[in-house]
Design a protein around this ligand. Structure first.
Ligand code: NAP
Length: 224
């Protein structure tokens, strides 16, 4: 008996099965590739919008309209220093707060070199308790503050330290720096920010026109 036609039919059926699998995998591949390509495109569009178009097209909130001064805690290094430099570039006068007079002086020079704004420095060690805030309040009195950046913070000296490796006093100082500073600075600054309708980093909602930056509405976060 001739088995050739049967073998040919079996081969055709097998080939049909392979075709279906290939088709399914091809569709999955196309969908995944399209998803990755669209995500990349969205990322690039966001970069272009934020870094190239936001200034010329005024897509950002004009912080200088919220009050003429910005207050930045922990402003002599890292993120706080960048906030200070960039807020100054947007035309806000800057209060730099830190614990080292030398580093404050250096940061003040850098801000002045890059922007034509007023700069005020306040020396405070936020690891202290309630008593340190009277001085801060005096220094900030009368300033039209639109922005507060509660940036100052500290962690363990050694990242692999565990809770009991760190002395109790260090934990208490850390609480003062990381938490009390936010609450106390907000209490000092909020009444002035509320008057001007500005906003602050640190995310505390108060009364009146105080808003988080995410809450910016149709008015672009301008308060009223
Ligand atoms: N960098 C990150 O990856 C990261 C991630 C998550 C959260 N954060 C938070 O972001 C904030 C800034 O981080 P960063 O990396 O920019 O920190 P940083 O480079 O260490 O700068 C901290 C700033 O705070 C000042 N400061 C520290 N202790 C102070 C104290 N007791 N009193 C007054 N000023 C004090 C420092 O001044 P001195 O130079 O005198 O010390 C410095 O100006 C912190 O709250 C941090 O916890 C950072």
């Amino acid at each position: 008996m001739d088995t050739a036609p049967a073998a040919a039919a079996a081969a055709a059926a097998a080939a049909g099965g392979v075709c279906v699998c290939t088709y399914v995998f091809a569709v999955i591949g196309v969908v995944c590739s399209a998803y990755v390509a669209l995500s990349c495109l969205r990322f690039v569009c966001r970069l272009v919008k934020v870094y190239a178009l936001s200034r010329p097209l005024h897509l950002y909130a004009d912080l200088s309209k919220m009050g003429s001064w910005a207050v930045v805690t922990g402003a002599t290094d890292g993120i706080g220093k960048q906030y200070a430099l960039q807020l100054a570039e947007q035309g806000l006068n800057i209060v730099l707060i830190g614990r080292s007079p030398e580093k404050l002086k250096a940061t003040e020079s850098e801000v002045r070199m890059r922007s034509n704004v007023q700069v005020k420095t306040v020396v405070v060690d936020y690891s202290g308790g309630r008593e340190i805030y009277d001085d801060v309040e005096r220094e900030l009195a009368g300033l039209e503050i639109g922005v507060l950046v509660n940036n100052v913070g500290m962690g363990y000296a050694w990242i692999f330290d565990e809770f009991l490796d760190v002395e109790r006093d260090v934990h208490l100082r850390m609480l003062n720096v990381n938490m009390m500073s936010c609450v106390a600075m907000t209490f000092i600054v909020l009444p002035q920010v509320s008057k001007g309708g500005g906003w602050g980093g640190g995310g505390m909602r108060g009364r009146g026109e105080w808003r988080r930056v995410e809450d910016r509405g149709r008015d672009g976060g301008m308060g009223k």
